[in-house]
Write a protein that binds this ligand. Sequence first.
Ligand code: HEC
Length: 103
Amino acid sequence: MKRSLAVTSAILSYGLATVALAAGDIQAGKTKSAACIACHGKWGISSTPDYPNIAGQTELYLVKSLHEFRSGLRKDPSMNRLAEGLSDTDIADLSAYYASLRR
Ligand code: HEC
């Protein structure tokens, strides 16, 4: 109970601060993840230590990270270039998909 309240308020304050957390579509995210496989692996588990595993990460964190890469707040040459081309819907769908996978 305590935990779910904290999560809810985190989502609410994040939504107010930047973007509304639209519910992503897992199936659409799976299709869009073709662009991510080369570095993050087929199921979000990277095959090289240079790239982080993103399977099973929390959805809110994934949404936040992708927005930060897109805006340039968080810097990484590969991710900045990639995230530039993502819409809010793409970010929501990809985040829902990777959050749904097992670590
Ligand atoms: C060319 C390689 C490459 C591709 C393709 C790529 N990424 Fe990444 N990604 C990286 C690297 C490198 C990092 C680590 C960046 C850093 O150190 O901040 C990263 C970090 C991330 C993170 C943050 C993980 C964390 O633990 O903080 C997310 C989320 C992410 N990528 C999602 C995606 C998604 C979704 C796609 C497909 C649309 C994608 N990436 C495609 C290389 C890639």
